[in-house]
Design a protein around this ligand. Structure first.
Ligand code: PGA
Length: 247
């Protein structure tokens, strides 16, 4: 039986400060949890997190390019050199606001892996797609676009299921709705590599908070959370970290 270590990832988006980095770092340092904790602050704040065994650091985005004349971009090697071991890739805000397509998302994930960063690749359906009962179809298309040509990415990445209608809206998928999609994702990627599908961590994102996380973590295919708003509040974020369980 495979054990999947729970992963609780904080996505600060374009929020936070040097002061919050320090407060969060000390709140996490005094915690004893078995799960893996990851903080993805704006990259400028990576240096404000002391090297610490109680959490990992990650980027929120990464360039498709290795280096060169790409103003404003941050390379995978630079993230790695700044202390990151993970990076979020293909968050719905990147897809919707910055036009990232599945092929861009794939290129970024591959770049991350070659720099020894673990990409957390985000997938999710819109409200309209859910209402038209197209959730599974849409998720399958996105998964295929990334993993069909590169099944080796399964062993090197984390999947985040983030229903777009639940992000920043206060509306969470019910534990049953989320579990149904997580189970679908695991079965779908098992077509490429059954062993890797059993091992890959599939985390849930979309208005996770200290009150709703326990019921989500109790589901068999929910291996942790990608937390936005609630990850900016040290007390609430540590409560979520404490609630996580390995599978
Ligand atoms: P939220 O964001 O928790 O604020 O809904 C989640 C995310 O976008 O990763």
């Amino acid at each position: 039986m495979t054990t999947r270590r729970a992963l609780i990832a904080a996505n600060w988006k374009m929020n936070g400060s040097v002061e919050l980095a320090q407060t969060m770092s000390s709140a996490l340092s005094s915690l004893t949890v078995h799960s893996e904790i990851l903080i993805c602050p704006p990259v400028i704040f990576l240096a404000n997190f002391p090297k610490n065994a109680s959490y990992q650091l990650g980027g929120q985005n990464v360039s498709t390019e290795i280096q060169g004349a790409f103003t404003g971009e941050i390379s995978a090697d630079m993230l790695r050199e700044s202390g990151a071991t993970y990076t979020i890739v293909g968050h719905s805000e990147r897809r919707a606001l910055y036009g990232e397509t599945d092929s861009v998302v794939l290129a970024k994930a591959l770049r991350a892996v070659s720099a020894k960063l673990t990409p957390i690749i985000c997938f999710g359906e819109t409200l309209a797609e859910r209402q038209q009962e197209k959730t599974f179809e849409v998720i399958a298309q996105h998964l295929d676009a990334v993993y069909a040509a590169h099944p080796e990415l399964l062993a090197a990445s984390v999947i985040a299921y983030e229903p777009i209608w639940a992000i920043g809206t206060g509306e969470t998928a019910s534990p049953e709705q989320a579990q149904a999609v997580h189970e679908f994702i695991r079965q779908h990627v098992a077509k490429y590599d059954a062993n890797a599908a059993e091992k890959i961590r599939i985390i849930y994102g979309g208005s996770v908070n200290a009150d709703n996380c326990q019921a989500l973590f109790a589901k068999p295919d929910i291996d942790g959370a990608l937390v936005g708003g609630a990850s900016l509040k040290p007390a609430e974020f540590t409560a979520i970290c404490l609630a996580a369980r390995d599978k």
